[in-house]
Design a binder for this molecule. Structure first.
Ligand SMILES: *Cc1c(COP(=O)(O)O)cnc(C)c1O
Length: 461
C-alpha cells in the first residue's frame, strides 16, 4: 500500500512532462492539444500500472511513449508493408499489387483532367465504359463488357438486371459463401430473384437444371467454388452443357468465375482455374470476375458477355450506384493491355510471382540468408495463391528461415517486431521459426526487408 502511494507520487505532472525538451519539439511539429492528450493518456496508463503493482515509469519512458503515439497518429495510411507471407493475393494486404504501367495510368488520371467521359474527336459526351468494354472484348473475346467497383457488385447487378422477379437455378454445391459475407443465396435474395436449388451438395448434373426450368426461370447461374475444394464422389456440369440447355429454353446462363484468370494456370503445375475466355467461347450470357485477383489489377468487377445482356445491365439503376472510379478504371485499362500485348507474365506482379522459377526464388532466399548471417538460412517451403483463388494449390518456394531460439517470446516476438518495424514485414511462423517467403516479396524490396530483419534481431536485448 505504501509502495503504491509513493509510486503515484513519483509520477511527473502533466506540466512537467510538457516542458520536456522533446515534448516541446512535438508541440511545435504537431499541436499542443494532441500532445497534452497523449501525455494524459500515458499518465492514466501509468497510474493503472501502479495500481497493478508496477513501479512508476521514468519521465523519459513516458515521453518515449508520447512521441510514439503522436508520431503514429500522423503516419500516412495505408502504410507500405512487405508481403513475405507467401500468399500472393492477400486480401488483408490489399490483394494484387499493380504493374508499373497501371500505376502510371492512375497517376496520370489523378493528376489532371482526362477524356474519361468525352469523345475528343466528336467533342461530345462519351461513356466511361466504351473503351474498357473494347479492351475486355480483346482480352476475353466477349462482345461487350461493363465494369463496376468489385465482383460482388457485378454479380448482384447482373442478377438484378437479368432475373429480378424471376427464378434463378443454382446447384446446391454452388450456393456457397465466398469470404466476407458474400453468400450466393443472400445476394440472390437482395437482387430480387428467387433461388431454386438443384442437385446435391456433391453431385449435380445438367439434367437437374433442365428439370427445374419453368415459365418463370430467369437464368441458370454457375458459381466457381473459389475458396474451397470438394473431393471424391463429385460432379458438376461444364458451363457449355448449361449453355446448351439454356439455349433450348431461351434462358441465359450467368457465370460467376470469381477470379479473372486470363492465363492458363496449368503451365505452372497448378490446377486449372476457369478462364473468362473459356466461358465466353462456351456461349455464357454474362461472366462475372474480379479485377484484383488473378487478373492482377485494381479492385473492380467485370461483367463480360453478350451485348444484348450487357446493355440491359448497363441500363439498370444500380449500375450507377456501383460505378467504378476513374483511377481504378485507368489501372484496369493498363492491366488489360498487358494481356492484349501478351506481356502479362513479365509485367503483372502477381503473374511474375507465380512464374518465378524455384531456382530464382532459392537464390534470392540464399542471398538474404547470407546478408543476415547467423540465425538465418534458406529453406524450401510452399506458397499459396490466396484471395479466393486455387484453394489447396501450392507453388514450391524458398523462404528465409529465422531461428528464434533463445529470444524471449520466440518466433511470435520476432514476428511482432517485424510487423512493427519501420518497413513492416509480414511472414509466417512454422516450427518455431519465422519464414519470409522470397516469392511474394516484390523485386525492389530486398534492402528494406533486410533492414527490418536486422532491426528485429538486434532488438532482441
Ligand atoms: C472473390 C469472389 C467474389 C467477390 O469478388 P470481389 O471482387 O471480392 O467483390 C464473388 N464470387 C466469387 C466466386 C469469388 O471468388
Amino acid at each position: 500500500m505504501i509502495a503504491m502511494t509513493s509510486g503515484y507520487r513519483l509520477l511527473p505532472s502533466v506540466e512537467r512532462l510538457l516542458s520536456h525538451e522533446r515534448a516541446l519539439g512535438l508541440i511545435e511539429a504537431h499541436s499542443r492539444q494532441v500532445v497534452v492528450d497523449a501525455v494524459r493518456q500515458r499518465l492514466d496508463e501509468a497510474r493503472a500500472a501502479i495500481a497493478g503493482g508496477s513501479a512508476a515509469p521514468q519521465p523519459d519512458e513516458i515521453i518515449d511513449a508520447v512521441c510514439e503515439q503522436v508520431e503514429a497518429m500522423d503516419r500516412p495510411w495505408p502504410r507500405h508493408v512487405i508481403n513475405a507471407t507467401g500468399v500472393a493475393l492477400h486480401t488483408n494486404l490489399g490483394r494484387a499489387p499493380l504493374s508499373d504501367d497501371a500505376i502510371a495510368a492512375m497517376r496520370r488520371t489523378a493528376q489532371g483532367y482526362s477524356d474519361l467521359e468525352l469523345d475528343l474527336a466528336a467533342g461530345r459526351r462519351g461513356s466511361r465504359q466504351a473503351h474498357i468494354s473494347k479492351l475486355v472484348g480483346r482480352a476475353t473475346g466477349a462482345e461487350a463488357a461493363l465494369v463496376v467497383n468489385n465482383n460482388a457488385s457485378a454479380v448482384m447487378l447482373g442478377l438484378a438486371a437479368i432475373a429480378s422477379g424471376k427464378e434463378v437455378i443454382v446447384s446446391r454445391g454452388e450456393a456457397v459463401e465466398i469470404g466476407g459475407g458474400f453468400r450466393i443465396p443472400d445476394v440472390l435474395g437482395q437482387s430480387g430473384a428467387t433461388l431454386v436449388e438443384v442437385g446435391t451438395t456433391n453431385r449435380t448434373y445438367a439434367r437437374d437444371y433442365e428439370a427445374a426450368i419453368g415459365e418463370n426461370t430467369g437464368a441458370l447461374l454457375a458459381v466457381h467454388a473459389s475458396n474451397f475444394r470438394v473431393m471424391g464422389f463429385t460432379h458438376a456440369p461444364q458451363v457449355g452443357e448449361l449453355v446448351e440447355i439454356g439455349g433450348q429454353y431461351g434462358v441465359p446462363v450467368l457465370h460467376d468465375l470469381g477470379s479473372g484468370c486470363l492465363l492458363d494456370t496449368t503451365r505452372f503445375k497448378l490446377a486449372h482455374e476457369p478462364m473468362p475466355q473459356e466461358s465466353v467461347s462456351a456461349g455464357v450470357g454474362l461472366s462475372f470476375f474480379s479485377g484484383d485477383k488473378l487478373l492482377g489489377g485494381p479492385q473492380a468487377g467485370i461483367i463480360a458477355g453478350k451485348r444484348e445482356l450487357v446493355d440491359i445491365v448497363a441500363r439498370h439503376p444500380l449500375a450507377r450506384a456501383m460505378r467504378i472510379d476513374k483511377l481504378s478504371m485507368a489501372a484496369l485499362a493498363a492491366t488489360l493491355e498487358h494481356y492484349i500485348r501478351g506481356e502479362a507474365l513479365d509485367k503483372v506482379p502477381v503473374w511474375r510471382m507465380i512464374a518465378m522459377t524455384s531456382d530464382d526464388v532459392k537464390s534470392r532466399a540464399a542471398l538474404w540468408a547470407e546478408k543476415i548471417g547467423a540465425r538465418a538460412s534458406p529453406v524450401k517451403s510452399q506458397s499459396t495463391i490466396g484471395g479466393g483463388s486455387l484453394p489447396g494449390e501450392t507453388l514450391s518456394t524458398w523462404a528465409l528461415a529465422i531461428d528464434c531460439e533463445g529470444i524471449e517470446g520466440g518466433a511470435e516476438e520476432v514476428a511482432k517486431r517485424l510487423r512493427e518495424a519501420d518497413a513492416p514485414v509480414l511472414g509466417r511462423i512454422e516450427d518455431g521459426r519465422v519464414l519470409l517467403d522470397a516469392r511474394t516479396t516484390l523485386p525492389n524490396e530486398d534492402a528494406l526487408l533486410l533492414r527490418s530483419v536486422q532491426s528485429a534481431l538486434h532488438g532482441e536485448g
